[in-house]
Design a protein around this ligand. Structure first.
Ligand code: NAD
Ligand code: LMR
Length: 342
């Protein structure tokens, strides 16, 4: 009797496991800064991905415990931990995607640019190692200020002779996640349906939600556009202030980054219908980097979607022009930081 009831249960569990594994788990992902506020929940979410076979966790401290803990989850990916610069090369070899949330977060009263002095060096050093050990990987930069750390990463990769602009991404998915949530709440829409493209960059007024391009089509009053735009632009600060000195967004960021990783892996896996907003090298405007929707494919950015910038409202056109000087300065600051040291 015992066996009779036991066997079907095992079968049911296998069926469940099979459901979790629609395809083979084949991709290898590293998180640099994996013991941090973003790193830990992001590692958990990536551990749940059916597409991941190995998850490498790197940090300068405290990563062993995170890895031991996570490794007990019965999902397919193997967890390995790496501590400190001497283990960084081994962490990176063979990776398909490298996600970088290493660095310090804001405290109340700070701008993202106030993090530049510390985070610029961290990103530079980590990307140098990526260039040396897995130059073909998708690189996802989360560390702030994204408007400068992505140009820093590009310059480092250029210096190393391995820059592939199609595979370098500033992660701006959280801006889209927030825009979708706030618009759905305001207009009483089903969350799952709402998609708002967010363009520009990832700081203050450089974050430009294109509410007129919301899908499904929604009409907003001028007051609603103003209020929603400002809320989306200040959403990071909203969290920094609520955390009152204990850091910035970590859980929503991990959720957003996990979505971007999963989209990248689906694209690598041959899914031909993957679109995300990201801060990438771009010819959409006169600026060398710009966040917009991009089509992801096996080789990275397959196309930068220009349609969203056509037929903008007067509000959006003005906001787009207004953000350019700040975004340009942040990009140039990142480029100069690396070139100065060359
Ligand atoms: P945190 O301080 O909790 O964690 C950062 C981790 O990075 C720590 O574990 C630390 O040990 C590690 N670290 C520091 N130097 C390192 C190095 N040289 N190599 C490897 N790891 C290193 O901070 P957090 O809340 O996780 O935020 C991390 C970064 O992400 C911040 O710069 C923050 O501004 C940024 N962020 C970006 C977005 C976005 O939308 N792109 C959203 C939220 C936060
Ligand atoms: C965010 O948008 O939440 C992040 O960029 C962190 C911050 O400093 O606001």
């Amino acid at each position: 009797a015992l066996q009779a009831s036991f066997v079907p249960k095992i079968k049911a569990r296998q069926r469940f496991t099979n459901k979790l594994q629609p395809r083979a788990s084949t991709y290898k992902v590293a998180i640099l800064g994996a013991a941090g506020g973003i790193g830990q929940p992001l590692a958990l979410l990536i551990k749940m991905s059916p597409l991941v076979s190995a998850l490498h966790l790197y940090d300068i401290a405290n990563v062993k415990g995170v890895a031991a803990d996570l490794s007990h989850c019965n999902t397919p990916s193997q967890i390995l931990d790496f501590t400190g610069p001497s283990q960084l090369a081994n962490c990176l070899k063979g990776m398909d995607a490298v996600v970088i949330p290493a660095g310090v977060p804001r405290k109340p009263g700070m701008t993202r640019d106030d993090l530049f002095n510390i985070n610029a060096n961290i990103v530079k050093t980590l990307v140098e190692a990526v260039a040396d050990n897995c130059p073909d990987a998708f690189i996802h930069i989360i560390s702030n200020p994204v408007n400068s750390t992505v140009p820093i990463a590009a310059e480092v990769l250029k210096q190393k002779g391995v820059y592939n602009p199609k595979k370098l991404f500033g992660v701006t998915t959280l801006d889209v996640v927030r825009a979708n949530t706030f618009v759905a709440e305001k207009k009483n829409l089903k969350l799952i349906d709402v998609d708002v493209p967010v363009v520009g960059g990832h700081a203050g007024i450089t974050i430009l939600p294109l509410l007129s391009k919301t899908r499904p089509s929604v009409t907003f009053t001028d007051e609603e556009v103003e209020e929603l735009t400002v809320r989306i632009q200040n959403a990071g600060t909203e969290v920094v202030e609520a955390k009152a000195g204990a850091g910035s967004a970590t859980l929503s960021m991990a959720y957003a980054a996990a979505r971007f990783v999963e989209s990248s892996l689906r694209a690598l896996d041959g899914d031909g219908d993957v679109y995300e907003c990201s801060f990438v090298q771009s010819e959409l405007t006169e600026l060398p980097f710009f966040a917009s929707r991009v089509k992801l494919g096996k080789k990275g950015v397959e196309a930068v979607i220009s349609a969203d910038l056509q037929g903008l409202t007067e509000f959006e056109t003005k906001a787009l022009e207004a953000l350019k000087p700040e975004l340009k300065a942040s990009i140039e600051k990142g480029v100069a930081f690396v070139q100065k040291q060359a």
